[in-house]
Write a protein that binds this ligand. Structure first.
Ligand SMILES: Cc1ncc(C[n+]2csc(CCOP(=O)(O)OP(=O)(O)O)c2C)c(N)n1
Ligand SMILES: [Mg+2]
Length: 375
């Protein structure tokens, strides 16, 4: 693997599932775990799109096409590592055992959502079974958070690493530059995963930067950059494994540019047919990461059509059951507005809260009214 920006992204799985002279680090069991997670990401994505279109949830972000980036990266990390993901990273949580129902609690913003409905859908956060930090809506602001946490691990003598995932658009944020600078100077054990998926909403990657790709941006900060085929689970696993090993050895951060493609719109509020050329979409459909990994598993004798059908059904069952459970779970009560915010609620807020809760009780608990302002 090259440790410089290379025009040809590093890849392992070639045509027809062949891996030529490359070695596979993952056990057969982990390879299957990767593939099943990818199927679950696809099912979760598909079900969320339908839930949004039928008015049952407010928002989602398509994950189709970027499953290998997320799952390949997650498979290279330990449960004790810290994740500072982007909103388009369903597979990172699912790979490490977060159940679809937990993610659905956030999609419905109900009382079991970790943020008690105070975050948008797809803004997950989990403390168990992995440390999955709450998604930051303002682009790039989670990168310095990851560097700070990584530096704290270093000071405490722990060998955990932090990974932070962001898009091509995220490299234009102030957070990207300050995070790379601090991480480079402090040698913080952090992995910067830039998922170059072709678009930042409707801005193409080609208009996002004048530099030769995104991995090269690490050079100015003394951070090695590598360009990886983001549709290749095994290439992603290897690149992130190497970056994690470097970080654990105390050699500092790595910037990984994963070249992939967003096969859906930016979000449920977007219509990509207005700006994505159909030929480009067709071209990338040929490089579908799920199909590509399936071909590899077939060559390795780990996959059959029967297993595909069994695993797909299991993935949809867990996602659909999760959605039904989350939808049937009550919404957050008004009284929880201050929950988890203060160790001890200040007296003035307690007084304001009491007045608001009393009013809500008399007027109907935040129920939709006739449009008249309730005060
Ligand atoms: C600071 C800031 N500016 C603008 C936005 C609006 N916004 C939300 S997502 C997005 C595009 C991000 O693109 P990219 O980083 O490539 O990630 P992708 O959506 O492709 O995964 C923008 C501009 C925002 N959330 N925060
Ligand atoms: Mg993007």
């Amino acid at each position: 693997m090259q440790t410089q920006t290379s025009p040809e992204p590093f890849s392992v799985i070639g045509a027809n599932g062949d891996i030529a002279g490359h070695r596979v680090i993952l056990s057969d069991e982990k390879l299957i775990q990767c593939y099943r997670t990818m199927l679950t990401v696809r099912a979760f994505d598909d079900v969320c799109m339908k839930l949004q279109r039928s008015g049952r949830i407010g928002f989602s972000v398509p994950n189709k096409g970027v499953e290998a980036c997320q799952v390949g990266a997650a498979s290279a990390l330990r449960k004790s590592d810290f994740f500072f993901p982007s909103y388009r990273d369903f597979g990172m949580a699912l790979y490490h055992g977060v159940e679809p129902v937990e993610m659905m609690h956030n999609m419905f913003g109900n009382s079991l959502d970790a943020a008690r409905g105070r975050q948008m859908p797809v803004h997950f956060s989990f403390t168990d079974p992995i440390k999955y930090f709450s998604i930051s809506s303002p682009i790039g602001t989670h990168l310095p958070q990851a560097v700070g946490a990584a530096y704290a691990h270093m000071l405490r003598g722990e060998d955990n690493v932090c990974i932070t995932s962001f898009g091509d658009g995220g490299t234009s944020s102030l957070g990207f530059h300050s995070a790379l600078n601090f991480a480079g100077v402090w040698k913080a054990p952090v992995i910067f995963l830039c998922q170059n998926n072709g678009w930042a909403i409707s801005c193409p990657s080609s208009e996002q930067t004048a530099s030769d790709g995104f991995a090269i941006k690490g050079a100015a900060y003394g951070v090695p950059g590598v360009t990886v085929d983001g549709n290749d689970v095994l290439a992603m696993n290897q690149a992130v494994s190497e970056a994690a090993d470097r970080a654990r050895r105390g050699e500092g951060p790595t910037l990984i540019e994963a070249v992939t493609y967003r096969m859906g719109g930016h979000s449920t509020s977007d219509d990509p047919s207005k700006y994505v050329p159909k030929e480009t979409l067709d071209e990338w459909a040929q490089k579908d990461p799920v199909k590509r990994f399936r071909e590899f598993l077939t060559v390795r004798g780990l996959w059959t059509a029967e297993l595909e059908s069994e695993w797909t059904t299991a993935a949809y069952d867990s996602v659909n059951t999760g959605a039904k459970t989350a939808e049937a779970t009550e919404g957050p009560r008004l009284e929880t507005v201050f929950s988890d915010v203060y160790a001890e609620l200040p007296a003035h807020l307690r007084a304001q809260g009491a007045a608001a809760f009393d009013l809500a009780k008399r007027k109907g608990d935040a129920a939709a009214g006739d449009g008249a302002f309730p005060l």
